[in-house]
Design a protein around this ligand. Structure first.
Ligand code: SF4
Length: 449
């Protein structure tokens, strides 16, 4: 297995690594040579997630498209874009806050006022009520969550509207409503408590879902979870319901429920393309956790064979993976946890430790550059970033910031009131189900992808 060596921060950039690989100047493999192109080349073509880990996934009809990025931003040099971003930020001052997700490319993250997981960033936005604009360098559902938690006068901006999330898209509103109706036929009135005071089903959605799904869950007595509080949230749900319908990531649901002792045979999968999700009535009667057929194409790439190879080549290596990875991978790893868990585990390790990490390559390479005292590499030897995070380039960031300087808000993400109200309720239930999150910008907020 080849493990990219990243000796300096300048060399840590995944973009740079991919360019070197595709030009033959470095060893290794990238999952698509198209990753070396500017992401705007995919904004004007047929709808799709673009090159990267989700390039084989089916994008739903009607997914947001990004209009043409003005040519001056497509043709500017890296140095010019960075200078223009810095100048626009300096002009805007406290009127703008730029958020950069852990999985975002380094060329964008270097301009972020806060870096973190999706929930940490949404809370960072909440802590800046003075900012007129929140530029969220992440994906669509994250910008929606920031809009839910920020003030009504604040504009949340997604620099490229095509930066969706293939996992979130796997649980669309109409499929979810249809599934709920079918479950009502199986279990009866889903809002009616049984003799033990519990309703038949509590819907639970991972933070990585649309605001519409969070709203659905909120309307039906359900709750949101993150990758680090999923166990607490499932306990909350089991107190109130006989079973859980878990969206959209089957792997987080399965890994969490299995660790809580729920047998695999009581965790049927719900395939929205099949009647009763592809299950028998008996299977649904005996279910404790019904897993929606969704997955993250970044974390699906990790395998037990990769773990075996890492252990063979690096005796003593610690393998840490994200709980969005498939169950056999989580079981074979030394530990699993949210991005925040992974970051803290590396920070706490004695110098000279070796880590094989199963999460998005931008975060892994950044950690490798920031911790030269350790050996850190990605479990997957093929460089394959998240397709949708990749869609945001410094050119998009420069464009939205300079539009703000000119008094124009572009690419605003605004959640409709009728969705926002129940979605906030589902988020509030999550916050009440565990200790309150730390102050904005602090690293102790619940983990999310
Ligand atoms: S890493 Fe996976 S869950 Fe996160 S934005 Fe990309 S596709 Fe979605």
């Amino acid at each position: 297995m080849s493990t990219p060596t990243i000796p300096t921060r300048a060399a840590a950039s995944v973009d740079r690594t991919i360019r070197l690989i595709t030009t033959g100047a470095a060893d290794g493999a990238a999952c698509s040579p198209d990753l070396a192109k500017g992401p705007w080349e995919f904004d004007s073509g047929p709808a799709g997630y673009g090159p990267g880990s989700s390039m084989g996934d089916v994008i739903p009809t009607g997914s947001p498209r990004q209009g043409a990025l003005p040519e001056e931003y497509r043709t500017a040099s890296d140095e010019e874009l960075h200078a223009r971003i810095r100048a626009a930020k300096a002009t805007l001052g406290d009127r703008v806050v730029v958020l950069g997700h852990f999985y975002q490319r380094d060329e964008v993250v270097e301009h972020a006022d806060f870096t973190g997981d999706s929930f940490q960033l949404a809370n960072a936005a909440k802590g800046r009520p003075d900012a007129e604009a929140i530029v969220f360098c992440g994906v669509h559902f994250m910008a929606e969550t920031a809009d839910l938690l920020s003030g009504p006068e604040q504009a949340v901006i997604l620099p490229n509207l095509a930066a969706g999330c293939s996992m979130a898209d796997m649980a669309d509103e109409s499929s979810v409503e249809e599934a709920w109706e079918q479950l009502e036929e199986v279990y009866g009135d889903l809002s009616a408590p049984g003799a033990d005071g519990r309703v038949p089903v509590i819907p639970v959605t991972y933070m990585n879902s649309s605001a519409a799904l969070k709203g659905f869950v909120g309307r039906h007595g359900g709750i949101v979870c993150t990758s680090s509080n999923a166990k607490t949230v499932l306990e909350w749900a089991f107190e109130r319901g006989e079973r859980v319908l878990f969206f959209p990531d089957q792997h987080l649901g399965r890994n969490t429920a299995k660790a809580m002792g729920v047998p695999l045979e009581q965790m049927p999968m719900w395939n929205p393309r099949k009647p009763l999700g592809g299950n028998t009535l008996d299977e649904l009667e005996g279910a404790r956790v019904i897993l929606w057929h969704g997955f993250c194409s970044v974390h699906k790439r990790f395998t037990v064979d990769q773990i075996d190879a890492a252990r063979a080549q690096h005796p003593g290596v610690q393998v840490i993976v994200h709980p969005e990875c498939p169950m056999p991978v989580v079981d074979a790893a030394d530990a699993s946890g949210s991005t925040d868990f992974i970051v803290k585990a590396i920070q706490a390790a004695p110098a000279g430790s070796t880590f094989a990490i199963g999460t998005e390559i931008n975060l892994v390479q950044r950690l490798a550059a920031e911790h030269p005292e350790h050996t850190i590499f990605c479990l997957d030897p093929v460089v394959c970033p998240c397709s949708t995070m990749y869609r945001i380039h410094p050119g998009h960031l420069a464009w939205v910031l300079e539009e703000l300087v000119a008094g124009r808000v572009v690419n605003r993400i605004a959640v409709a009131d009728e969705v926002a109200e129940p979605a906030r309720l589902a988020l509030e239930r999550m916050l009440a189900a565990k200790p309150p999150v730390a102050a904005p910008g602090a690293p102790a907020a619940p983990g999310a992808a």
